[in-house]
Write a protein that binds this ligand. Structure first.
Ligand code: FAD
Length: 402
């Protein structure tokens, strides 16, 4: 029995309305938005709910891998995103611990685009597909009854009850829903990592994503469209004596640890209000496909950010979940069969890229090993390409190039 099953739902105070949808998707980042679109396209009544107001800046390298582009294309979204004029990215330039930089061509063409623009555009497309997008709306309670789930939603101090036949969690790596804390809930890994990002003007990045590795972390520079450069860093808080209190402070810490980066960003000007931070960033947790409800995106699985593949994994989990949710809603699967089907698909799909992504993360954190790996990549470009491919989702290359 699920931890949610059989609990009574007490309608929240100041209930203003009550209505029913087929699916409530909680979390409107790239995973939730793409899933909501896929289910609305199949004709289901979908509510996509997020506690944050959009558009918003989000900690992300804003690098859309070739695989991510392929999946956005399959969802019929690539042309809308192309209209935002994303930057084209063809290679990664890696600089580690003072060693000579190495350029690694990407297996396919990638895009650089701000999450501020991307997520907002996804929401427009979700609405066009017929789904409701409720941002600035918190889920304050979630219970499973015999026939449906009941969700308490709160927006602008007003409360609403929504009934849903299925609920899907797309609430990111640190999301929590009251009422979901069941006895069988998987324990989450603790992590010392902090993520920060800021947009800059006054410097240019060509068709490359630049990764700088230094003691205690790394920082990526990528073009985010419209001549904007995005800087996103991951830093181990254990390596900081007194932790900075602002995003700018964290970025300056990265510059003091990496002279090449400091030179690179000389003259760059941070764009006001584009800063964001997140902690903890978990790098090594096992995928969790189900926690009372199915999970997608970072809620389900996180790959170390240096792989630049978190969004493509979020899109893939959403694809897998949409297929099995559709069968559940049609009555072809029981909830238990849905859980088994989806959990199996998640394991099969993500085990390999996670293994390789985590290995690369460990190597990158070790100065001698990282320098050795870069020297090998410079001498053997074929090996570097195979390593990049190993962190990617199998069978997605064709879609990405198409
Ligand atoms: C430093 C860093 C750099 C990265 N760089 C890249 C990169 O270059 N390329 C790449 O592909 N990936 C990158 N990633 C990973 C990528 O950002 C994530 O994998 C991706 O954003 C996951 O999307 P998501 O939809 O699962 O989660 P999110 O985008 O985090 O969305 C989750 C949403 O759920 C909402 N939410 C949470 N709790 C609730 C609640 N209780 N009620 C309602 N809403 C709720 C949140 O407000 C949020 O909007 C990076 C990550 C980090 C930390």
């Amino acid at each position: 029995m699920s931890s949610l099953e059989g609990q009574d739902f007490t309608p929240p105070e100041r209930l203003i309305a009550s209505r029913e949808v087929d699916v409530a998707v909680i979390g409107a980042g790239i995973a939730g938005s793409s899933l909501a679109k896929a289910l609305a396209d199949r004709g289901w009544r979908v509510a996509l709910i997020d506690r944050r107001a959009f558009p918003r800046h989000k900690v992300c390298g804003e690098f859309l891998s070739p695989e991510a582009m392929g999946m956005l294309n399959e969802l019929g979204l690539a042309h809308r995103i192309e209209a935002l004029r994303p930057a084209v990215v063809r290679a990664a330039r890696l600089t580690a611990y003072g060693a000579e930089p190495v350029r690694v061509p990407l297996p396919g063409t990638a895009w650089g685009l701000s999450r501020y623009a991307l997520d907002e555009t996804l929401h427009e497309q979700v609405r066009s597909a017929g789904a409701e997008v409720a941002t600035g709306t918190s889920v304050t309670a979630l219970r499973r009854g015999p026939q449906h789930f009941a969700l308490g939603l709160k927006r602008d101090g007003r409360t609403e009850l929504v009934r849903a036949h299925a609920v899907i969690g797309a609430w990111g790596g640190n999301g929590r829903i009251p009422g979901l804390a069941g006895a069988g809930r998987p324990k989450r890994e603790t992590s010392p990592y902090m993520g920060v990002k800021s947009h800059f003007t006054g410097c240019t990045v060509s068709d490359e994503v630049e990764l700088y590795f230094f003691a205690g972390g790394y920082l990526g520079l990528s073009p985010a469209g419209d001549g904007i450069v995005n800087a996103a860093a991951l830093i181990d808080r254990r390596t900081c004596g007194t932790a900075p209190t602002t995003v700018q402070g964290w970025l300056e810490l990265a510059l003091t640890r990496c002279p090449a980066l400091s030179r690179r960003l000389a003259g760059a000007v941070p764009i006001a209000d584009s800063q964001a931070a997140v902690a903890p960033v978990r790098l090594y947790g096992k995928p969790v496909a189900w926690d009372g409800v199915p999970l997608v995106g970072d809620a389900c699985v996180t790959i170390p950010p240096l792989c630049g593949d978190g969004m493509s994994m979020a899109l893939r989990a959403a694809q897998l979940c949409a297929a099995s949710a559709d069968r559940y809603l049609k009555g072809e699967l029981t909830m238990a069969a849905w859980e088994a089907d989806y959990a199996h698909a998640v394991r099969a799909e993500f085990a390999r890229p996670l293994r390789w992504g985590r290995l690369l993360q460990r190597v990158s954190a070790h100065p001698a090993l990282a320098r050795l790996a870069l020297a090998a990549a410079a001498r053997l470009p074929g090996l570097a390409r195979r390593l990049v491919l190993a962190t990617r989702l199998s069978g997605r290359e064709a879609a990405a190039d198409g």
